[in-house]
Design a binder for this molecule. Structure first.
Ligand code: HDE
Length: 710
């Protein structure tokens, strides 16, 4: 952790830094050398036979520099290729002794260092951040008992029930192999062919087409371990568990229109958001939650707790919050950290164990296997970002890129020449939970996994009308891009099993026949926790664009901006040109963004300052009007004071009662549009505006004619 972020966080130094991270080098005040440590006199000209002559083979510096460059890339991950990481720490709230012997879950005063890598699944390393996709949320805990990896996603379930189908679903969703189209998208024939041919995907597709798959920020996403694990205490007693990360900022999403525009205007939107938040001291925090099912209750539910296409509804199995993770340090080097970090579901510590979930069982093979290829051999645990803080001692030797120099003649166990060192530790060593398994070897799926639709209906029932509209629109986009009409019709029929109304709406948008049979599963329950409308809502750390030009009313600008910043909301001043703007009283304000370098989609809200001259100029700018009409379209909070209101009226802000009275100073709020005229101070306006910002989006606006944003 650098000095500045240490001061910001007020936290003690990260143990991982102080003890082991002497490999972080900044090369300051050093002389350029080759990889052999030979000083280099000139790195701008190759060695030539004469000034204009050919380059010579003996130029070892040129050859080393070029060869290294030629070998800079390693294979990108087959899935989750595009990712972004950050460091932090985890603290448990109270000892979890009764549930688990995992050491990092015992002592609330211990800060366990973590490294988190967020990712998309389908796109290549250079694809856009805001595509519709599942997000990976993988955490490596560097515990004193060894590394523990919680390799999670932001959706609590998965496409398939058995890991043997993973290559199939990934082949289907990746770009089609003959022409490598489309990039980072599920909107194509092979995926939907897979979906209609494998109905176990139904539930996951509902989540994938919901707002969950277009998050506003990595800081505003839940994480789910998806698979069922076990916690084991020091008595050897085990319980089934599901892991959750709950973001302190709540769970929030973009609209589909924004996500698409951002993919062009700012393909790094999510990584930038995280990087900047950490640099500004807005450290993202996530609480770790667990759902516990006693072994005796394994069969007590109307779904199989080992089926990874099912979640455990929170009203049935409550989530207990047991600790908090804070991300407070950006990586120093993307390749060394984000690219080389190697997660593995099999990286567990004593006290955490597996279940027979067939997806998890397959994952336990795949992650290690994938690292062997990607990181070029079996020694990737020695790469700095993967090194445990716990000591590593064993008889494993050699292989590509071995870093340690293992001394002595003995590299086997048992041995007598070295008193059998390193010795197994029967007391503290990892003990696998002794689950009794006696069965016939069969290539079969459990009957209890056969219900593919009930929880998809439960999810649908839990959505608000706005969330339902977004899902329907997503079907229209995703399946609308499918060329094969037979597949489209089969989508209608398949999702008729989930809900009849949904299927009718899908059919309408796709120009397909409505379903022949009545739809649905008969499930009438809902699960409130899965709707994002029931999430935490707050204005902190949001970004607001302030539109202004020369002649803006300085008093208004200062009061409103101070109030926003006081609420830890970040402000950009957006104008036609970058540079200083002069207010009505001669005071200046710097426009740090112009229309070329910013766009409405990069902000959570927009505010138009008053001032006749400023607003008259704004009214001549198409970009300023677009800022407002797009913010309206995307259901975002819009604020305007005095003449600023005129810009709203000129833009597409229709159907909203905006203050246009000549007298009076009451603040008007209608569907997230907050306005005031003739106020002597702007604190009431600012508070209303902040309140509107805290609501994230004002979906009721979507019902205004032609204004659907999904
Ligand atoms: Fe992964 N997954 N996965 N996965 N997964 C990988 O491992 C795999 C699954 C997840 O930031 C790969 O290192 C199988 C579920 C994340 O580096 C690979 C199955 C969940 C990441 C792999 C699954 C995940 C991966 C590719 C079962 C949510 C990125 C690169 C059918 C709980 C980790 C790598 C990072 C990465 C295999 C399903 C999450 C190929 C076989 C369910 C967050 O090993």
């Amino acid at each position: 952790m650098d000095n500045q972020s240490q001061q910001n966080s007020g936290t003690p130094k990260d143990p991982k830094d102080s003890q082991l991270e002497n490999f972080r080098v900044d090369h300051k005040n050093t002389k350029l050398t080759t990889d052999q440590g030979v000083k280099v006199s000139n790195t701008d000209d190759s060695l030539k036979a004469g000034e204009r002559g050919p380059t010579l083979m003996e130029d070892f510096h040129f050859r080393e520099k070029m060869t290294h460059f030629d070998h800079e890339r390693i294979p990108e991950r087959v899935v989750h290729a595009r990712g972004f990481g950050a460091h932090g720490y985890f603290q448990v709230y109270e000892p979890m002794t009764e549930l688990t012997k995992a050491k990092f879950l015992q002592d609330p005063s211990v800060k366990t260092p973590v490294f988190v890598r967020f990712s998309t699944v389908v796109g290549s390393r250079g694809s856009a951040d805001t595509v519709r996709d599942v997000r990976g949320f993988a955490t490596k805990f560097y515990t004193e008992d060894g590394n523990y990896d919680l390799v999670a996603n932001n959706i609590p379930i998965f496409f398939i029930q058995d890991a043997i189908k993973f290559p199939d679903v990934v082949h289907a969703i990746k770009p089609e192999p003959h022409n490598e189209i489309p990039q980072a998208s599920a909107a194509h024939d092979t995926l939907w062919d897979f979906v209609v041919s494998n109905t176990e995907t139904a539930h996951m597709m509902m989540w994938l087409l919901s707002d969950r798959a277009i998050p506003r920020s990595f800081r505003m996403m839940e994480g789910f371990g998806v698979n069922t694990f076990r916690l084991v205490n020091d008595q050897g007693q085990a319980r089934f568990v599901k892991f959750h990360w709950k973001p302190k900022l709540g769970v929030h999403s973009l609209t589909w229109d924004e996500a698409q525009k951002l993919a062009g205007k700012d393909p790094d939107f999510h990584r930038k958001d995280l990087w900047e938040a950490i640099n500004m001291g807005d450290y993202p925090e996530y609480e770790l939650g667990i759902q516990i099912v006693e072994e005796k209750d394994e069969f007590a539910f109307d779904f199989d707790i080992l089926d990874p296409t099912k979640f455990w509804p929170e009203e049935v199995v409550p989530v207990k919050l047991i600790g908090k993770m804070t991300l407070n340090r950006n990586q120093d080097n993307f390749f060394a950290e984000t690219e080389q970090v190697a997660f593995h579901t099999g990286n567990v510590v004593p006290g955490i164990d597996f279940s027979n979930d067939p997806l998890l069982q397959g994952r336990l093979f795949s992650y290690l296997d994938t690292q062997l290829l990607r990181l070029g051999g079996p020694n990737f645990h020695e790469i700095p970002i993967n090194r445990p803080v716990a000591p590593v001692n064993n008889n494993q030797r050699d292989g590509f890129h071995r870093m340690s120099i293992d001394k002595g003649a003995v590299s086997y166990s048992k041995n007598s020449l070295r008193s059998n060192d390193p010795k197994p530790d029967e007391m503290n060593g990892y003990q696998h939970y002794m689950e009794k398994v006696e069965a016939q070897k069969v290539r079969m799926r459990s009957q209890s996994f056969q219900d593919h639709f009930s929880q998809a209906t439960l999810f649908w029932n839990s959505m608000t009308p706005a969330e339902k509209q977004h899902i329907i629109k997503a079907f229209h986009f995703e399946v609308g891009n499918v060329k094969d009409k037979q597949i489209k019709q089969r989508v209608v029929e398949m999702f008729n099993n989930v809900d009849g109304e949904l299927a009718k709406e899908i059919a309408k948008g796709l120009g397909m026949n409505p379903p022949a049979n009545p739809g649905g599963t008969g499930v009438t329950k809902s699960s409130p926790a899965v709707s994002q409308e029931n999430t935490i809502k707050m204005a902190q750390t949001r970004k607001v664009a302030v539109l202004a030009e020369n002649g803006f009313t300085n008093k208004e600008a200062v009061e409103v901006i101070n109030a926003l910043e006081g609420a830890n909301i970040h402000v950009d001043i957006v104008s036609k040109n970058l540079g200083m703007l002069t207010g009505d009283d001669g005071e200046q304000l710097e426009a740090n963004k112009n229309y070329a370098t910013s766009s409405e989609v990069m902000y959570d809200a927009v505010y138009v300052v008053g001032g006749q001259q400023s607003v008259t100029t704004l009214l001549t700018h198409k970009d300023a009007k677009n800022f407002i009409s797009d913010a309206f379209l995307h259901a975002k909070p819009i604020g305007a004071t005095n003449e600023g209101i005129d810009l709203l009226s000129e833009a597409d802000v229709q159907g909203v009662a905006i203050a246009d009275m000549e007298s009076g100073s009451a603040v008007f709020t209608d569907m997230g549009v907050v306005t005031v005229r003739n106020a002597s101070d702007f604190s009431a306006f600012a508070q209303e505006f902040i309140q509107a910002i805290s609501q994230h989006r004002h979906w009721m606006r979507e019902n205004i004619d032609g204004k659907m944003s999904g």
